[in-house]
Write a protein that binds this ligand. Structure first.
Ligand code: G6P
Length: 602
């Protein structure tokens, strides 16, 4: 989604603003712009499309200002165009805005009546005009920022510069994330704390209602009543954006290959199941029902974990898509209900909304979040960090395996607390997960060979049964996200109730199988596909593949595990397949069209 970056320094900031925007590119956007103050006046440059296009505009007339704000816009109100690109201006002011202003129509009318002249179709443009009108009435820039924050409805983060105070960067936050930092060369702010890398070693995270004042001397934060405050700080990893150190062609490929390290980190940090329980204020003996809520890839992790909570902890568990769940009508909560929300970014608006619904109903919420300091991490009743490290590729990979590893630990911990048998044995098996994922990664040449055969397909079907069903859904999501090939994941047993009509020799069918109790059932479903001339690519352990070798055109081997490990291991070839198919189609793997890494609007 939209990204904000801003800088105040002792040298021209345009190069830093462009670099900052590049760091936010992964969030997804369709136009970009910067504004600086030069010889006392606001200078603005904008371009539709990638940051490269903006850079070309900036190069043809580089602004010399040493203070500036920058923005990548993911269109919501009005099409991607130069006119709608941020920063937006009013006389003497420029602002960049993330989020949505729900009452922008009323504000626009009122401001127009008072003389404002709007140039864009965006909701954001009301912000500089509101500030301008307050400042024209003698209100200080700091107070004007707070007043505007109170007048706006919705969720937003704002960065602003003003000709009145050409040596101050201002920012305000409600709902959308914002981090500020300070280093030797000056001050910096961004919507993603990691984007501060190289400019600051620590990021201060603004809370709702806070504003920031950044000068060449330092940073001051104010709370909603205007008092000075200190806020939580996060260490900024200096290496995240060091692409020159990336031996892989894309962030996504590096992140896929990082998965064994991520799993080792998690199992090193949470050595025994009780270690994850120590992070959350929940007594699983008293839990009567669990609702897992998430979006996208995180939802598929939730769908898988639902099974584990039932199997290992014997707690009824259900799963919900956050955007649907938040507007459902609910029966009164039962005693002992627990909600688990799962989010890589911790900023997904729908997941935050679902969390608020749960809390309003008096149900405790625990969160599994990768981005420490994010809204969900701060507002949940307890948070378990996913420890995946920054994930830059828009398509989630290592965060998914981190979610599953942590959820597996949590389900085992819940089982242990509820005195269920066999937990120690499963925990021992979990220790082998990293090696199994490494073995699955070694099979990449076979995945590439399959990708070369199928990358021109128009449509693909993924099927799986039991714990492999959510994996099939996630595999199909990965493919469509980055290759733009239509793909659907189905429960293998459901195929005959409709989707089997789609089977033809042109449509590759990725069939997930595993030796074990459901093998015969899955094998029958796969043979039904073969009988209708389906083009089957099997993904499974050696024994399962061998029994179905007569019906598959290709197969991808993964190590054999149990119900806990097999789904995680089986994800690896599907991630690699999506990656290589997209690469062979010449697509921008890390920044797929229309998508955003962190979806901060409903
Ligand atoms: C976006 C991303 C997906 C992600 C989903 C949920 O749609 O493109 O890759 O799975 O959001 O994100 P979260 O940060 O809440 O896990």
């Amino acid at each position: 989604m939209c990204g904000i970056f801003a800088r105040i320094a002792n040298e021209p900031v345009a190069p830093a603003l462009i670099e900052g925007l590049r760091r936010l590119e992964y969030r997804g956007y369709d136009s970009a712009g910067i504004a600086t103050i030069e010889q006392g006046g606001i200078e603005r440059r904008c371009a539709v499309g990638k940051v490269d296009a903006l850079e070309a505009v900036v190069r043809s007339g580089p602004p010399a200002g040493t203070i500036g704000i920058a923005h990548t816009r993911w269109a919501t109100h009005g099409s991607p165009s130069e006119r709608n690109a941020h920063p937006h201006v009013a006389p003497g002011l420029a602002i960049a805005h993330n989020g949505i202003i729900e009452n922008h129509r009323e504000l626009r009318h009122a401001l127009s009546d008072r003389g404002a002249r709007f140039r864009s179709e965006t909701d954001s443009e009301v912000i500089p005009w509101l500030m301008h009108q307050h400042m024209a009435n003698g209100v200080s820039a700091k107070d004007a920022m707070h007043r505007v924050g109170e007048e706006l409805h919705g969720a937003f983060a704002i960065a602003a510069i003003s000709e009145n105070e050409p040596n101050v960067l201002r920012a305000y936050r409600r709902g959308s994330p914002l981090a500020v930092g300070f280093g030797e060369g000056g001050g910096v702010l961004a919507s993603d704390p990691q984007a501060l890398a190289g400019y600051a070693t620590e990021a201060m995270i603004l809370e709702d209602g806070d504003s920031a004042e950044i000068t060449r001397d330092g940073v001051t934060l104010f709370n909603r009543t205007g008092e000075r405050v200190q806020r939580q700080t996060l260490a900024v990893d200096p290496s995240v954006f060091a692409c020159e150190d990336n031996p892989y062609a894309h962030h996504m490929l590096r992140e896929i290959h990082e998965q064994p390290d991520v799993i080792a980190r998690i199992l090193g940090q949470y050595r025994v199941p009780a270690d994850v329980l120590a992070m959350v204020p929940v007594d699983f003996r008293r839990v009567s029902r669990i609702t897992l809520v998430a979006c996208g890839t995180s939802y598929y992790a939730a769908a898988l974990a639902r099974r584990w909570f039932q199997e290992f902890a014997r707690v009824p568990a259900e799963v919900a898509i956050a955007s649907e769940f938040r507007y459902e009508a609910f029966a009164p909560p039962l005693p002992g209900e627990l909600a688990i929300v799962i989010s890589q970014s911790g900023e997904t608006a729908d997941t935050i909304g679902a969390m608020e619904v749960m809390r309003a109903r008096g149900i405790p919420v625990i969160a599994l979040v990768n981005q420490i300091g994010s809204t969900i991490a701060r507002e949940a009743d307890g948070t378990i960090p996913l420890l995946a490290g920054p994930e830059i590729g828009v398509a989630s990979t290592k965060a998914f395996s981190a979610q599953l590893t942590v959820l597996a630990m949590l389900a085992l911990a819940a089982g242990q607390r509820r005195n269920q048998p066999g937990i120690g044995q499963f925990h021992a098996r979990l220790q082998k997960l990293g090696d199994m994922v490494t073995a699955a990664l070694h099979n990449e040449p076979a995945v590439i060979a399959v990708a070369e055969r199928i990358h021109n397909a128009h449509s693909m079907i993924y099927v799986g049964r039991g714990s492999l069903f959510p994996v099939a859904m996630e595999g199909a999501l990965k493919l469509k996200e980055i290759s733009y090939i239509h793909a659907e994941g189905f429960a293998a047993g459901e195929l005959k109730h409709g989707p089997i009509a789609l089977v033809d020799p042109q449509t590759p069918i990725i069939a997930l199988v595993a030796s074990g109790s459901l093998f015969e059932k899955s094998a029958s479903n796969i043979r039904e596909i073969a009988a209708r001339n389906g083009r089957i690519i099997l993904v499974g352990d050696r024994a399962a593949l061998l029994s179905l070798s007569d019906v598959s055109t290709h197969s991808l081997t993964v190590p054999q595990g149990c119900d806990l490990l097999q789904p995680i291991v089986s994800t690896v070839p599907l991630q690699l397949l999506a990656y290589h198919v997209a690469r062979l189609r010449g697509l921008d793997v890390d920044r797929p069209r229309n998508l955003a890494k962190s979806v901060t609007v409903e």
